[in-house]
Design a protein around this ligand. Structure first.
Ligand code: ADP
Ligand code: MG
Length: 660
C-alpha cells in the first residue's frame, strides 16, 4: 500500500495521483525525468563548464552582502582549482551548519558570475562519509511535492523484503529461460537500476529489461487473442453461388493494378478460412482502395453474405453509394444506403429489404450500427477511413452477426510502430502504388497577403476547363477577425473567379443542398468548390487539378495530406497550394515543410507520429491502448521488434511441445 510508505499522508497521496501514481506499482515504475550525475567529483571549473555537477571543497570564508531586505550569506569554498561561492538566499543558518574549515560535498548548478564561480541552487553535505557514486534520479513533480519526499518513498518501497514477489505480481514474469537467453537484467535489479543506478550502462540495461517486458506482455496478449480468434469461432464457408466480382471486373474501363490484385487475393484467401478475417488494408490516398472494397464485398455477396461498408461522413456515404451501385448493379449486386438522415419511410423500406436479404451491400455512417438493423446474414464489415473510428466503435460492429469478417481501410498509412501495436492482431495488406498515368501533385506554399497569384492561378486552371477546391478551416469566422472562412470568402471568390461557377460545401449546409452541390461539382457544372474539411475524405473528381488550403497552418498533417489527395486523380498535372498565415509556430512550420518535401503518405505518417505522438494519431479511443509505462513506441521501436520476435519464438516452442 502506498500509504504505508514513510511520508505519504493523504495530502501527498493526492498529489502523487496527479502524477499518475495511484498504487505501489505506479510508484516503482515512476520514470525519473533525468539523473544527476554524482558518479564523479568534478573540479569547480569543470562543474562550471558543464553547468552542473558534484564538487568537493573546503569552506574558506563566510561573506554577507545586502540584497533587497536581507543580508545574504555567501559561503566561499575552494577545491584547490578555483574559488566557488555558494549564494544562500534566505538561508543564513547555513553558516552554522558549514563552518569555516569544514569539508563539503556539493551538487548544484554552477555558473561564472561577477568574475567568480557561483551556485545559488545546490545541495550540500559535510563530506564526512565516503562518497557514494550514484546517478541520482530527478522525478517529475507537481506543486507541493519535493524530490526528497518522492525519493524517500521510493527508496522505502525498494527496501520491502517482498519486493520480488510484488514486482512479479504487478508486472508479470517472462517465461523461464528468456532472461538468460536474452541476457536481460533480472526484474528486481532492473527496477533498482531505474532508481539507484551506479552507471549509465546499468541504467540502460534496467530500462531495456523493463521496456522489453512491457512490449513482450503486450505482444503476447495480442498474439494470443489473434490465435484465439482463429481457433475460437469456426464457421462454415458457403461456396460462391453467384458471380459478381468477375462481372464487375470485366466491366471496368481499366485493369486492377498489380497491388490491387495482390491485396484482393489476400482478402479472398481469408474468405476460405474457417475463422473470421481481421485485415487492415492500407494504401495512400488515391491508391484505389474503394474498388478493392467493392470487389471484396462482391466475393462475400457471392456467398450470400451481406456486407456493411461503414464510412465516417454522410457525404462520403452518398458518394460511395452512387459510385459503387453504378458498378455493382449491372452485375446484379444490390446496394443500399443507410444513414441517420434518411427519411423514415425510406429507411423503413431499406431496413426491410436488408431483413429479407435482398440487399447485398449497405453503405452507411455509424447510424448503421447505432440501432438494430435486422441483418439477415451479416458476413463482412468494411470500415473506410478507419482512423476516424475508435476501437470501441469497431468492437460494436463486430458484435453484430456471427463474428463477421472485418476489413479496415486506412488512407493514412499506419506507421510500422502503430501497425505492430494497435493493429498487432490484424493481418496487413498494403497498396504501395497508385494507378498508372498519374503525375505527382506539385506543392506550393504561399503567404496570406501574398495570394493574388494564387487566385490568378486557380482562374487560369478553370479557364483550361479544370476544377479547383478552396478549403478553409472554419465555416464562418465567428468573430475572429483574422480568420478566413468558407462563408466569408465565398462572395469574394465568386467575384474573382467569375464567370466560373463557385459552389459551397460544409457540414452546416442543408443535406440536400450539399448533395446537389457535390453532384454538380462532380458533373463539372460547378468549377470551384469552396469547402471545409468535409471534402477531406473520399471525394473523387479526377478533373480537379488545384487544391488550395487557406490557413494551412491550422490543419493537421494527416488532414493536409488527405486534402492534397483530392487532386492528382486524373492524368493532368495537379497542384496543391498551402496558404499560411504568419507567424507560424515551430510545429506549424515543421508540418508545412514535411508536406512540401514529400508526397509519400508513409513518410508523412511517420513524421506525423514523430511530431504529434502516438495517442493523437491513433485517435482518442486507441490512445489508452497504446499507453505504456516506460516504453515509448516511437523511441523504443527496436525493443518492440525484439519483443515481438521473442513472443513468436516462445509461442512456436509451445506449439512444438504441444504437437509432440
Ligand atoms: P482511395 O480510396 O484509396 O483514396 P479511390 O478508391 O478513391 O482511392 O480511387 C481513386 C481513383 O482511382 C478513383 O477515381 C478510381 O476510380 C480510380 N482507380 C482505382 N483503381 C484504378 C485502376 N486500377 N486504374 C485506374 N484508376 C483506378
Ligand atoms: Mg477512399
Amino acid at each position: 500500500m502506498l500509504s504505508d510508505l514513510p511520508g505519504l499522508g493523504p495530502k501527498r497521496l493526492k498529489l502523487l495521483e496527479r502524477l499518475g501514481v495511484e498504487n505501489l506499482a505506479d510508484l516503482l515504475l515512476l520514470e525519473p525525468r533525468r539523473y544527476e550525475d554524482r558518479t564523479r567529483v568534478l573540479t569547480a571549473a569543470q562543474a562550471a563548464a558543464a553547468g552542473e555537477g558534484l564538487i568537493e571543497a573546503t569552506v574558506v570564508a563566510h561573506d554577507f552582502f545586502p540584497a533587497r531586505n536581507e543580508q545574504v550569506l555567501k559561503i566561499v569554498l575552494s577545491d584547490g582549482s578555483a574559488p566557488v561561492a555558494l549564494v544562500c538566499f534566505g538561508r543564513p543558518f547555513l553558516a552554522r551548519t558549514f563552518p569555516v574549515g569544514s569539508e563539503l560535498r556539493v551538487y548544484g548548478t554552477f555558473q561564472y558570475r561577477h568574475g567568480e564561480i557561483q551556485s545559488s541552487s545546490f545541495e550540500a553535505e559535510r563530506a564526512t562519509t565516503p562518497h557514494r557514486a550514484i546517478l541520482l534520479p530527478v522525478y517529475p513533480l507537481t506543486e507541493g511535492l519535493t524530490q526528497t519526499v518522492v525519493r524517500r518513498a521510493i527508496a522505502a518501497a525498494l527496501e520491502d523484503p517482498q519486493l520480488p514477489e510484488k514486482l512479479a505480481a504487478f508486472l508479470g514474469t517472462l517465461p523461464p529461460g528468456l532472461e538468460r537467453e536474452k541476457d536481460l537484467l533480472p526484474l528486481v535489479d532492473s527496477v533498482l537500476a531505474l532508481h539507484q543506478p551506479t552507471t549509465r550502462q546499468q541504467l540502460e540495461r534496467g530500462r531495456y529489461r523493463l521496456i522489453f517486458q512491457e512490449f513482450f506482455t503486450f505482444q503476447l496478449d495480442l498474439t494470443r487473442r489473434s490465435l484465439a480468434r482463429r481457433r475460437g469461432v469456426r464457421r462454415e464457408r458457403p461456396a460462391p453461388q453467384r458471380s459478381f466480382a468477375g462481372e464487375i471486373r470485366g466491366a471496368l474501363p481499366f485493369d486492377l493494378t498489380p497491388d490491387q490484385q495482390q491485396v484482393l487475393q489476400e482478402i479472398v484467401a481469408d474468405l476460405d478460412q474457417p475463422w473470421p478475417m481481421a485485415r487492415l488494408l492500407q494504401g495512400d490516398v488515391g491508391s484505389g482502395k474503394t474498388l478493392v472494397a467493392l470487389l471484396a464485398a462482391a466475393h462475400a455477396a457471392e456467398r450470400r453474405q451481406q456486407v456493411a461498408l461503414l464510412v465516417p461522413t454522410e457525404l462520403l456515404a452518398h458518394q460511395h453509394y452512387r459510385n459503387l451501385s453504378a458498378l455493382a448493379r449491372p452485375a446484379g449486386m444490390a446496394v443500399a444506403i443507410l444513414t441517420g438522415r434518411l427519411r423514415s419511410a425510406e429507411r423503413r423500406q431499406t431496413v426491410e429489404a436488408i431483413a429479407r436479404g435482398e440487399v447485398d451491400l449497405v453503405v452507411g455512417t455509424h447510424a448503421l450500427f447505432s440501432q438494430d438493423v435486422p441483418w439477415r446474414q451479416l458476413g463482412m464489415v468494411i470500415v473506410d477511413e478507419q482512423h476516424r473510428f475508435g476501437v470501441t466503435q469497431r468492437q460494436q460492429l463486430l458484435n453484430h452477426g456471427a463474428a463477421p469478417d472485418l476489413l479496415m481501410m486506412s488512407a493514412t498509412p499506419i506507421p510500422r510502430s502503430l501497425a505492430l501495436t494497435a493493429f498487432g492482431d490484424s493481418e496487413i495488406s498494403t497498396i504501395h502504388t497508385v494507378p498508372p498515368g498519374r503525375q505527382p501533385v506539385k506543392t506550393h506554399l504561399a503567404r496570406i497577403g501574398n495570394d493574388e497569384r494564387v487566385y490568378a492561378f486557380v482562374r487560369q486552371q478553370l479557364d483550361c476547363g479544370h476544377q479547383a477546391y478552396l478549403v478553409y478551416p472554419a465555416i464562418d469566422a465567428g468573430g475572429a477577425r483574422d480568420l478566413r472562412s468558407a462563408e466569408a470568402m465565398l462572395p469574394e471568390l465568386q467575384q474573382r473567379l467569375a464567370p466560373h461557377t463557385v459552389g459551397l460545401a460544409h457540414s452546416r449546409r442543408d443535406e440536400e443542398e450539399r448533395t446537389s452541390t457535390m453532384r454538380r461539382f462532380e458533373a463539372g457544372e460547378i468549377a470551384a468548390l469552396v469547402a471545409t474539411s468535409v471534402v477531406e475524405v473520399g471525394v473523387d473528381v479526377p478533373n480537379a487539378t488545384v487544391m488550395v488550403v487557406e490557413h494551412a497552418e491550422l490543419f493537421g498533417l494527416a488532414a493536409l495530406h488527405q486534402l492534397r489527395g483530392r487532386v492528382g486523380r486524373g492524368s493532368a498535372q495537379s497542384w496543391c497550394i498551402l496558404v499560411y498565415q504568419e507567424p507560424l509556430t515551430v510545429e506549424g512550420t515543421e508540418r508545412l515543410k514535411v508536406l512540401y518535401n514529400s508526397t509519400d503518405g508513409f513518410i508523412i505518417a511517420e513524421e506525423d507520429l514523430r511530431i504529434r505522438g502516438p495517442g493523437d494519431l491513433a485517435g482518442q479511443q486507441q490512445s489508452g491502448y497504446l499507453q505504456f509505462r516506460l516504453a515509448d513506441i516511437r523511441r523504443d521501436m527496436e525493443i518492440m521488434l525484439h519483443a515481438r520476435d521473442a513472443v513468436r519464438a516462445v509461442l512456436e516452442n509451445q506449439n512444438h511441445r504441444e504437437e509432440r
